[in-house]
Design a protein around this ligand. Structure first.
Ligand SMILES: NC(=O)C1=CN([C@@H]2O[C@H](COP(=O)(O)OP(=O)(O)OC[C@H]3O[C@@H](n4cnc5c(N)ncnc54)[C@H](OP(=O)(O)O)[C@@H]3O)[C@@H](O)[C@H]2O)C=CC1
Ligand SMILES: O=C(O)CCCC(=O)O
Length: 486
């Protein structure tokens, strides 16, 4: 009997990997079941590929690189543009796959598919704008040039929280630059990536330019990191795995883009528009049920408005609707799996043990499974684990501050440095904050900053490199200096 995905999206469902333009089955190996986090039901199966299959994918990418790198920017832009159109034409089906494997509400899934497509279009445009440099020579008659060339075979390892947009945010700039790719999507959410592969094939992406392998992350990751043919790895996921990948890539000195964990401060000054700040926090904190790396992780509220803000936030949280992604009006899906649920439960208990007070939620949701109640905890201690570690769940911890100096000391007291949010009406304060917070991205009076045209990424242990923006394509280009004597 056909499984759920096969029934719902027959044209986009693949339970095979894509290597050298062929759809490859498990070849007698184990298959892995993929479940819907909303109810635990099995929605499909994927091959659990081993190192030999990964090697075949790398070899295919290497062979394809020889010709793909020689295509013109306009040719690559045309292929990407066709991929963009195929994605948009299947927006609803792709959103359904995403919702079923990841759990996010359908409206959010549709939004993710739109931005996935937009990354492809953005980098189709950027492909044409890659330009080198001519440098003023210190030697008479000599020419000094800088060429930009594709890095080579790249590997992309993508997470389960944005199973579609993280794929195109990596693959589109790679292809635009002239690189070829081996993609390993998260085991929990592989079908969005495989469906994007189907559409890439329809768009005419040549065999071997994109290869998709599925299975256990550790051996596949190791094979990708160890192979000298792979010249770059782009990874999004936990800082823990990011460190491991960096260490595994050290022997072959690969280029790395690492988009890792965050610990975003969300700061509300006493001159802020409280209503706007609450609306911003609802987006920043509760989008994707708190499972984004830029989610507000620490909410700092000035003592003068702390109680009023907490009350307004509680009223907004009361309006959230928890449930299956396809149910009318649902805003909060399940957590990705039982490990994620346990982690959230532990962090909440720890915050309460450290003196925090529950204002809302604080328990698994009555819907069961991995659903968790949208939660607010006030008076959270700086010693609580959630002050230092990424919660990755629908929990808003509130901290009180009095002075800017005290605030900045707390805000920067973290190994992470991805995103920060500041709500204030004071321009001098905005300037001081945007200069002083140690992070890669600051949103001022806004709870959402991700867009294809801006460079996304962190400092400190939140990662290396930038994705999106005009910077995103540079991650896939090497610079070659040429010195020409007469
Ligand atoms: N920056 C971000 O957006 C993300 C941050 N996180 C953070 O990590 C926490 C734990 O989540 P978790 O899913 O365990 O995070 P992981 O870092 O384990 O998973 C993220 C990605 O890394 C892959 N991966 C896991 N182990 C390896 C490995 N040894 N080599 C190569 N790739 C590997 C996973 O593949 P597979 O799924 O197949 O195991 C997945 O694709 C979250 O609570 C959150 O704090 C998690 C995901 C995304
Ligand atoms: O969590 C991430 O790794 C990416 C976030 C993308 C977004 O903000 O939409």
């Amino acid at each position: 009997m056909a499984n759920v995905l096969e029934q719902v999206v027959p044209d986009l469902y693949r339970d095979q990997c894509w290597i050298n333009g062929e759809w490859v089955s498990e070849r007698g190996r184990r298959v892995l079941e993929v479940t819907n986090p909303a109810d635990g039901s099995v929605i499909g199966e994927i091959p659990n590929l081993g190192p030999a299959d990964v090697k075949a994918a790398i070899d295919a990418a290497s062979a394809a690189f020889r010709t793909w790198r020689k295509t013109t920017a306009a040719e690559r832009a045309d292929v990407l543009d066709r991929w963009y159109r195929e994605i948009l034409a299947c927006k609803r089906e792709l959103a359904t796959v995403l919702m079923l494997e990841q759990g996010k509400p359908l409206a959010e899934a549709l939004g993710e598919i739109q931005i996935s497509a937009d990354y492809v279009r953005w980098f189709a445009e950027e492909a044409r704008r890659v330009a080198g440099e001519v440098i003023a020579s210190p030697w008479p008659g000599q020419q000094l040039l800088v060429l930009k060339q594709p890095v080579g075979v790249c590997a992309a390892i993508t997470p389960w929280n944005f199973p579609s947009s993280m794929v195109t945010r990596k693959l589109a700039p790679a292809l635009a630059a002239g690189c070829t790719v081996v993609l390993k999507p998260a085991e929990t959410t592989p079908f969005s990536a495989l469906a994007l592969g189907v559409l890439a094939e329809r768009a005419g992406v040549p065999a071997g330019v994109i290869n998709i392998v599925t299975g256990d992350a550790a051996p596949i990751g190791e094979a990708l990191c160890a192979d000298p043919v792979v010249r770059k790895i782009s990874f999004t996921g936990s800082t823990h795995v990011g460190r491991l990948i960096a260490a595994q890539c050290a022997p072959t000195i690969k280029r790395l883009s690492l988009e890792l964990g965050g610990n975003a401060p969300f700061i509300v000054f006493d001159d802020a528009d409280i209503e706007a700040a609450v609306q911003g926090l609802m987006i920043s904190k509760f989008r994707n049920t708190g499972q984004t790396c830029v989610c507000a992780n620490r909410v700092y509220v000035h003592a003068g408005i702390y109680d009023a803000f907490a009350q307004a936030l509680a009223q907004a949280v009361d309006k959230l609707i928890v449930g299956n992604g396809d149910a009318e009006g649902v805003t909060q899906g399940p957590l990705i799996n039982s490990r994620a649920l346990e982690k959230v439960e532990e962090y909440v208990q720890d915050a309460l043990d450290h003196g925090g007070t529950l204002l809302r939620g604080g328990r698994p949701h009555s819907a069961g499974g991995t659903f968790y109640e949208p939660t607010i905890i006030t008076n959270v201690s700086r010693q609580a684990r959630m002050a230092r570690e990424e919660i990755f769940g629908p929990v808003a911890p509130l901290y009180r501050f009095e002075s800017e100096a005290e605030l900045l000391e707390m805000v920067n007291d973290t190994e992470f440095g991805l995103a920060a949010y500041v709500y204030t009406q004071s321009q001098p304060r905005m300037l001081r904050m945007m200069e002083s917070i140690e992070c890669g991205m600051v949103a001022i009076n806004s709870g959402l900053m991700t867009t294809v045209s801006a460079p996304f990424g962190g400092v400190k242990q939140s990662g290396l490199g930038r994705e999106g923006g005009r910077q995103g394509i540079d991650e896939y280009l090497d610079e070659k200096y040429i010195c020409i004597a007469p």
